[in-house]
Design a binder for this molecule. Structure first.
Ligand code: ZN
Ligand code: ZN
Length: 491
């Protein structure tokens, strides 16, 4: 036995060369462990095996499912407390507190400020690094983000990165396949059944602002979540109680559920214009309730893009906010994915939909399924049935004789003849619809009369552009070589 490995042939159409590929950038390749530049911040995923996902899902023990019997032991009481008490106190407080218009405006404004702390800060800046922010902006986002009471930046970004990396699997903390309620709130109020998949946040561990927020998190939460909105309304227009109830408590309930909708609604409602492999979807309603995070299908495809909405008329205030910060010199390096690649995703989905339409229609038989007969046989058979030859195909027009818009006589006079010239403009330049219909009446191919497969006359207009999988193209001989030398169709 020879130990020489089998030679690999390059794909058709690809030239082989022995010259060296010119690198765009010189990168030092070293041992995997040497990639870690800073030993104090070893990325959490630096040493995971290549089969990490399947291995972990198979071997890591998950907690048993939650049932009514074990529900109480499985509740995360801290989260139940926060997520249950806030609406309870907020709505009860609202019942006893008159809403002043100044307080209403402030509550909405503070909803957007703390919401942007999450969407522009926690999410797009820290979890996805989709732009750079100045220290001032970072501190502001960290402060207002704390006012949204959703955990520290570090904790939030760690879970969110796992969500993107393991979307729709059990390593995704808010796995949408476990239901709308689970992805909205269940994953927080119940103890997780297993640990989220590994995701690296070592970059955030180096950030001064992230560390500062993590260190002072509890103080910041109380101050920004409750004290600050109350003090603004109290000192501003004397509405201490309203400030606490509306801008503090109720505003927080709305910010919470706004963010939760990104995990639930955005994985459930809407379209998949870029990719339908996973659950994320685009929908205006989700965008409206999440300060612009509703174009989630786009976001999961291009998570490092600072935008969620790519069209100017789509609602994405978070993108507008980052843009304004950029204009003010507070944000830089706004990342956008190359337009060319974004459009490829869109085209792929459009082709997929068109293919579905194509598969619902009935198409004419092609020459590989038709009987090949010679001219004499054609003439012979045309004596007993109305057969007409056009573009090398023989058609049986018996059910069309009385339907022909030009009259029966134009068909009958061409029975047994080659009507190609007459059909394509000699007598009447038939419409695309007529050509498509004619192709449905094919019963045979004239031996020696089949035209070149690429001539328009042989291919009805509806089939000139077809959606074909690449495997079908090579199987049917439509390879580039076959097309270029005109062989391979007749088989
Ligand atoms: Zn998502
Ligand atoms: Zn994200």
């Amino acid at each position: 036995m020879s130990s020489v490995p089998p030679a690999r042939s390059s794909p058709p159409g690809m030239a082989t060369t022995t010259s060296t590929i010119t690198p765009k950038q010189t990168v030092k390749i070293s041992n995997p462990i040497d990639f870690v530049e800073d030993p104090e911040h070893v990325p959490a995923d630096a040493n995971i095996p290549d089969n990490y996902v399947s291995y972990t899902l198979k071997h890591q023990k998950a907690l048993p499912p939650v049932t009514w019997d074990n529900l109480l032991q499985n509740l995360n009481w801290l989260h139940v407390g926060i997520l249950g008490l806030t609406p309870l106190l907020g709505f009860t407080g609202a019942y006893f507190t008159r809403l002043r218009w100044e307080t209403a405006v402030w509550a909405v404004l503070y909803y957007y400020m703390t919401g942007l702390g999450i969407t522009a800060g926690y999410h797009r800046l820290w979890a996805h690094r989709s732009y750079n922010a100045s220290k001032t902006l970072q501190y502001a986002l960290a402060l207002f983000g704390a006012g949204a009471v959703q955990g520290s930046i570090r904790w939030w970004a760690r879970g969110h990165r796992a969500h993107h990396r393991y979307t729709d699997t059990d390593l995704d903390p808010y796995n949408a396949h476990k239901g709308l309620l689970w992805s909205h709130i269940g994953w927080m109020i119940l103890k997780p059944r297993r640990k989220p998949g590994v995701s690296d946040v070592s970059d955030l561990s180096k950030s001064e602002v992230v560390k500062w927020q993590h260190r002072h998190y509890l103080k910041l939460v109380f101050f920004m979540g409750a004290i600050f909105p109350t003090v603004v309304a109290g000192l501003g227009w004397g509405d201490w109680q309203g400030g606490y109830v509306y801008a503090g408590l109720l505003r927080l309930v709305f910010v919470h559920h706004s963010t939760f909708c990104v995990n639930s609604l955005a994985h459930w409602l809407g379209d998949t214009p870029f990719d339908d492999k996973h659950t994320p979807r685009d929908h205006l309603v989700t965008a409206l309730v999440t300060i612009g995070e509703g174009y989630h299908n786009f976001h999961h495809q291009f998570p490092m893009d600072y935008r969620n909405a790519i069209k100017w008329y789509q609602y994405d205030p978070t993108k507008w906010f980052i843009s304004v910060c950029h204009k003010l010199g507070l944000a830089s390096h706004l990342k956008t994915f190359p337009e060319n690649e974004v459009r490829k995703g869109q085209l792929t989905m459009q082709l997929k939909r068109l293919r579905e339409t194509q598969e619902q229609l009935t198409w004419p038989s092609d020459d590989s399924h038709l009987l090949v007969i010679n001219w004499e046989s054609y003439q012979d058979q045309a004596k007993t049935r109305p057969l007409i030859c056009v573009a090398g195909f023989i058609h049986d027009v018996s059910d069309f004789l009385d339907e022909h818009p030009g009259g029966r006589h134009l068909l009958t006079k061409n029975i047994g003849r080659d009507a190609t010239t007459a059909f394509f403009g000699g007598v009447y330049d038939h419409s695309n619809a007529a050509h498509n219909l004619l192709a449905m009446k094919r019963v045979g191919v004239l031996h020696g009369g089949a035209p070149h497969a690429l001539e328009d006359g042989a291919i009805p207009p509806s089939q000139r552009l077809r959606i074909a999988r690449y495997s079908e193209l090579s199987a049917s001989g439509y390879s580039s070589a076959a097309l270029s030398d005109g062989e391979g169709l007749m088989g």
